[in-house]
Design a protein around this ligand. Structure first.
Ligand code: FEO
Length: 399
């Protein structure tokens, strides 16, 4: 009975904390780790909601056994098939072979292809209900939040939304599991970075899901990562609403790629001019040092984006190429873009950034300085013109 984590008298958190994995999805940094949340409802019938990544499975199976106290598991609800949540299904099935696996018509082909499981399935559709006794579970499809099979489960008696990845966060649950037990200031960037990195591409599906769920009386949100929301339910829903509409604040993110400091000098000059013109929130990143995860997160916060690159083998610098590929892939909307660069002979960096500007279809600033070898006064004049164009447009947008 030492490790029971009650959410209510009959619902338990049985998830795990992962402080060992460096990269989520083998790409996104996890400096503060990540939690895989799973839940057990103990009623006349018992239900497990989602599972955990297989690396923490032993601890997870012990957690479940502790709350079930010898009872069998009647249902396993699969809200989402990504292996950080489905990774323990096969072991659960071995331990609880009579358990019905609940999913929708898009869940089960994935279940079979990932894990070879095709028996004991219970398919649910939008609005279907499973009655556990005191607790009733309703199902809502939220496709592309952020996979096609994604659904959420709403417990109607107590108003608990098992939301899958929606409203999730990076960061482990250190000592607490509820939002009001944890230091949300410490987790703030991990909450927004989870949205921008993992869900951010799917703004419209997120909006669709928010509209669909808006009629529910939600008292608590149990996501598959991060805090359980009970004191800040409206706040996290409002954040998702803002982020998924690509609403941003006044500010500018400058990202540069520089081998010997000349492009960096231009970035610093532009930043100085922006601040002198009243733009206080300026964030500068070196694309060779800062992972795109953090840069993308800042771009989700601020309307202005200025990208600068030296030429490299007739093209843009490799780490800038990685970043702009990611931005194109995520199809982030509604920004104001400025570009600049440097070259020692034939160029290529600014040319690629201009191509990116055409493809991403953001509003652009006219001045596009490109220094030859090292920036001179004329180049700095153009840097100032770029900063002036960006600052005046931002001031206009946020007046
Ligand atoms: Fe947390 Fe999409 O898996």
């Amino acid at each position: 009975m030492h490790n029971r984590n009650n959410i209510t008298d009959k619902i338990f958190w049985v998830g795990t904390n992962d402080r060992r994995t460096h990269l989520f999805e083998n790409y996104w940094p996890l400096p503060k780790g990540v939690a895989y949340n799973s839940y057990v409802i103990v009623d006349e019938k018992t239900a497990i909601v989602d599972t955990v990544e297989k690396g923490t499975m032993d601890e997870y199976l012990d957690n479940i056994a502790e709350v079930l106290e010898g009872r069998k598991a009647d249902y396993l609800i699969i809200n989402h098939m990504e292996p950080d949540h489905s990774g323990s299904i096969r072991s659960l099935v071995e331990r609880y072979p009579e358990m019905k696996i609940v999913g929708n018509k898009k869940t089960f082909p994935m279940l079979e292809r990932f894990y070879g499981i095709k028996e004991n399935l219970l398919e649910v559709q939008e609005g279907d209900q499973i009655d556990l006794g005191e607790h009733k579970l309703n199902f809502y499809m939220v496709p592309m939040l952020h996979w096609p099979e994604t659904m959420v489960t709403f417990e109607t008696t107590q108003g608990i939304l098992f939301s899958g990845d929606a409203f999730g966060a990076f960061g482990t649950l250190d000592g607490g599991i509820f939002d009001d037990e944890l230091d949300l200031d410490y987790l703030d960037e991990e909450i927004s970075r989870y949205y921008s990195n993992i869900v951010g591409k799917y703004g419209r599906p997120t909006q669709n899901a928010l509209k669909k769920l808006s009629g529910l009386e939600i008292e608590m949100i149990c996501a598959t990562h991060g805090p359980i929301w009970r004191s800040h339910v409206a706040d996290i829903i409002a954040k998702y609403d803002k982020w998924s509409q690509y609403k941003t604040d006044e500010g500018c993110v400058i990202v540069y790629s520089s081998m010997y400091g000349n492009t960096e000098k231009m970035a610093d000059n532009i930043a100085r001019q922006l601040v002198k013109k009243g733009i206080k929130k300026v964030r500068i990143h070196d694309s060779s040092k800062t992972h795109p995860s953090y840069i993308i997160n800042d771009i989700f916060k601020y309307r202005g984006v200025i990208l600068g690159s030296c030429a490299y083998n007739g093209d843009v610098f490799p780490t800038m190429e990685t970043l702009i590929n990611e931005l194109e892939h995520m199809a982030i909307k509604d920004h104001v873009l400025g570009v600049f660069g440097s070259k020692s002979w034939g160029g290529g960096g600014l040319k690629r950034l201009n191509k990116f500007a055409e493809e991403i279809k953001w509003e652009t600033i006219e001045a596009t300085p490109e220094a030859l070898c090292a920036p001179n006064n004329e180049d700095f004049d153009l840097c100032e013109a770029l900063a002036e164009g960006m600052a005046s447009r931002l001031k206009e947008l946020y007046k």
